[in-house]
Design a protein around this ligand. Structure first.
Ligand code: ADP
Length: 458
């Protein structure tokens, strides 16, 4: 086992990883930008190193600074967290070349899955169903148009290097194709420096269902069931729950089993998630994330397994030590992502937390790195807290969530708390009857006041 792990991240996820390390008796090193000198992960880590100015490019994405920090502190492994360096195959390679362990999968797997076209092709070859669409990247506008006609409108134009819902546009008919193509390519170029595109049939009422996987270096691979992440805005997740209200036990076992089998066939090690769209009883693979995910917490709540601990264990080459039948599920868990954003427009709302009170009690977990008086810097992701609840049934989890949201106080900045309160009181949500388009439709239907939508209004 490692003696000291450098956590190359910030915010709640840096703290989450620190917690797992401490419980394993592993020392931690925090790295931070000058904007994060007062951050909780810096305060709690055993050691900390400032790696640059506020801009992520010069700090959390600064490879020489991170490797130097690992070297001067004598760390033996680097955990990349979520975002920043987590899916950068080059970084993973450099980490190993410099004598540290990268806590994540092999660079080769990061590379295959990072190119969504190669990822889809690989999955198809292994018998995993994919969304009908182009066979590879689309070389030109005219080629794309001809293909879209063949697939049938509406189609989704997607960036091969995509992530975070960026570089993705719907074309509803041939008239709208050129505009969607141009916009998606420009967005992809700006976000990823790569404007290679592919096309998929646009599914009009799917759910987003993903399977949590874990593989070791010895060929063992298990799944931890699914998460339903269909409550989204702009293709980004807002609420996640497990198990999915839409799946039956047979579908769960089938998709979980197939995903774990393929992960094992490709020799995958580490945590990973296969993401699917699910519509009319059919599953379609969309991508694989080769890292920990924000919503891993809902899986932890229903399995009682610390996934970060498992991730660190397998990175140290320890065997899993258990099999699929040892993984059991208990009750239901729901997570709300609490971003510092306007709940109607999603415009970020950085600033000073004036008043902070987190809910608690049986079955309630808050993963957050904020505190009273903390100043949320404007430079990074706006996720400031995750509220996760667990109950014996979905109904118990919902009641607990409603109670916990009512206790949560975050003053001084705008947050998504009012939006969450609104969502969880909608009959469709209560009945588990929603798809990936539901939240945006609900927000459009929200009564307008002074030309602005008002979350929480009845
Ligand atoms: P990213 O890597 O940017 O997150 P994904 O491929 O994972 O992109 O897709 C993100 C979200 O976009 C999905 O959860 C879903 O809501 C939507 N989406 C992706 N592909 C399709 C599709 N073919 N039809 C309808 N919606 C889609």
């Amino acid at each position: 086992m490692f003696e000291k792990i450098l956590i190359a991240n910030r915010g709640e996820i840096a703290l989450r990883i620190h917690r797992a390390c401490k419980e394993m008796g592993v020392a931690t090193v925090a790295v931070h930008s000058t904007a994060d000198a007062d951050a909780m992960h810096v305060r709690l880590a055993d050691e900390s190193v400032c790696i640059g100015p506020p801009s992520a490019k010069e700090s959390y994405l600064n490879i020489p600074a991170i490797l130097t920090a690992a070297s001067v502190t004598g760390a033996d492994a680097i955990h990349p967290g979520i975002g920043f360096m987590a899916e950068n195959a080059h970084f993973a390679e450099l980490v190993s070349e410099h004598g540290f362990t990268f806590i994540g999968p092999a660079p080769e797997h990061i590379r295959i899955m990072g190119d969504k076209v190669t990822a889809k092709r690989t999955m198809k070859e292994h018998g995993i169903p994919t969304v009908p669409g182009s066979d590879g990247t689309v070389p030109s506008l005219d080629f794309g148009k001809a293909l879209a006609r063949k697939i049938g409108y509406p189609v989704l134009i997607k960036a091969a290097a995509g992530g975070g819902g960026k570089g993705m546009k719907v074309a509803r008919d041939e008239k709208g194709f050129e505009e969607a193509w141009t916009l998606a390519r420009a967005e992809a170029k700006a976000a990823f420096g790569n404007d290679e595109m592919y096309i998929e049939k646009y599914l009009d009422h799917p759910r987003h269902i993903e399977i949590q996987l874990l593989g070791d270096y010895h060929g063992n691979c298990v799944h931890f069931g699914e998460r339903d992440c269909s409550i989204q805005r702009r293709h980004q997740k807002v609420i996640e729950e497990a198990p999915s209200p839409a799946l039956n036990a047979r579908e769960r076992d089938k998709m979980g089993g197939l995903s774990a089998k393929v992960a094992s066939e490709i020799g995958y090690h580490g945590v990973g998630t296969m993401e699917f769209l699910y519509q009319d009883g059919e599953f379609y693979f969309i991508e694989m994330n080769t890292r920990l995910q924000v919503e891993h917490t809902v899986t932890e709540m229903i399995t009682g397994i610390d996934l970060v601990r498992e991730q660190i264990r397998v990175a140290s080459k320890a065997p899993l030590g258990y099999t699929q039948k040892d993984i059991t599920f208990e009750g239901h868990a729901i997570e709300c992502r609490i971003n510092a954003e306007n709940p109607n427009t999603f415009v970020p709302s950085p600033g000073k937390i004036e008043n902070y009170h987190a809910p608690g009690g049986l079955g309630v977990r808050v993963d957050s790195a904020i505190y009273d008086g903390y100043v949320i810097p404007p430079y990074y992701d706006s996720l400031i807290a995750k509220l996760v609840v667990q109950g014996k049934s979905r109904n118990e989890a919902l009641l607990r969530l409603r109670r916990s949201l009512g206790e949560f106080v975050i003053g001084g900045v705008e947050t998504l708390l009012p939006l969450h309160e609104k969502i969880i009181n909608q009959p469709d949500f209560i009945n588990g009857d929603y798809d990936i388009h539901w939240l945006e439709k609900m927000m459009e239907e929200t009564p307008k006041k002074n030309g602005k939508a008002v979350a929480g209004a009845e």
